[in-house]
Write a protein that binds this ligand. Structure first.
Ligand code: KG4
Length: 339
């Protein structure tokens, strides 16, 4: 018997819905919110209003593109948290309404767990390129930087995480001071491709274990700009590409150093990346390089599954459905959580 899951994601500024049948993607629709660009960051109140406008058309489109009727759905999986409370409320409330009207169960999904499980989405039934347990996953986004030991779909241990800023935040904040707009990560990545990564040196943290820190790098970047701008007011404009390349190589080095240490200590050679920053081509290149140098089997998500999307929610829902892990109607969203 086939299992068909509808996924709903609304944790931040992307409204997304997806249909997955037996682990295979049938549709994945994402409406991104451009309204935040003018503010240099996500405005929570505007995000929830936009979700409210987008959710019905996005879910309808996901069902239509999947080529199914809503009566064929077996369960609704929705992101319960972490994320912005107002945004989560829209997806959660919608999931409740739809599940009641269709008489099918609801499945709550942890957004971070979903990012990791994005690696299990099959684009075709023949797709077998999935990680095997246990593997390490570097989860890097605008709000998180974690090294996770994944022992099973429902057994994940965070062995290291940032003690201050996330990697995406470091990209975004440094981009902001260069006047590159929001979100800055993709712009830094594009400019870095034309720059010299050795042009500038920024400080790297020195902390124990597998934890990360990016606030020192941010400060060191800021001080470099401040000092150089005193000598030349056009410093940023003249050195944008080199600044981006040097920043990117530093972030990637920080991320890879700890990941390499974890892989060595735990003797795990199957390694994945997930989250918005996993779209970064410098980080992807470093993964390929480590695969060659250390014999890692690597898993790099398709670009469509790096940023927030409902396909990762639906695949998580699919695994939870198999274990009959349903949630009650009074499930309320949570804004903060650890895995
Ligand atoms: O996972 P995500 O879509 O949202 C959450 O934070 O949950 O991640 C967004 C982050 C932003 O900080 C953005 O700048 C960063 O991912 N990002 C990138 C790239 N694409 C997105 N950072 C560096 N290089 C990229 N190509």
């Amino acid at each position: 018997m086939s299992i068909t899951i509808l996924g709903i994601e609304s944790s931040c500024d992307d409204t997304s819905s997806s249909v997955i049948r037996d682990g295979v993607l049938l549709s994945n629709v994402i409406a991104s919110q451009s309204v935040h660009e003018a503010y240099g960051g996500v405005v929570p109140e505007l995000a929830s209003r936009a979700h409210q406008q987008n959710i019905i058309p996005v879910v309808s489109e996901a069902i239509k593109r999947a080529g199914i009727d809503k009566s064929e759905l077996d369960a609704i999986a929705f992101t319960r948290g972490p994320g912005l409370m107002g945004s989560l409320l829209v997806g959660t409330s919608f999931a409740k309404g739809l599940s009641m009207s269709l008489g099918i169960p609801m499945i709550e999904v942890n957004h971070l767990q979903a990012h990791v499980l994005a690696h299990f989405i099959k684009d075709t039934p023949e797709d077998t390129d999935q990680p095997s347990y246990p593997f390490l996953c570097l989860l890097v986004s605008g709000g998180n930087s974690q090294i996770i030991k994944v022992k099973a779909y429902n057994d994940m241990e965070v062995i290291g995480q940032t003690i201050d800023d996330a990697a995406g935040e470091a990209f975004d904040k440094c981009a902001k001071v260069m006047g590159l707009g929001y979100p800055g990560g993709p712009v830094v990545n594009r400019l870095a491709n034309e720059g010299n990564p050795k042009a500038f040196t920024f400080s790297k943290p020195n902390i124990a274990g597998y934890d990360y820190s990016f606030s020192g790098l941010k400060t060191s970047f800021l001080y470099t700009l401040r000092d150089r701008l005193k000598e030349d007011p056009d410093f940023i404009e003249k050195n944008k590409a080199d600044l981006c390349a040097s920043l990117q190589v530093t972030v990637v080095d920080i991320l890879m150093n700890k990941l390499r240490k974890a892989a060595k200590d735990l003797n795990i050679k199957e390694v994945a990346i997930a989250g918005g920053v996993s779209a970064n081509t410098g980080l992807r290149d470093a993964f390929h390089d480590h695969a060659k140098r250390f014999g890692w089997k690597i898993h790099i998500p398709k670009f469509a599954y790096t940023t927030d999307n409902a396909a990762m929610v639906a695949i998580t829902g699919y695994y939870k459905y198999m274990d009959k892990e349903f949630c009650p109607m009074d499930a309320a969203p949570f804004s903060r959580v650890v895995l």
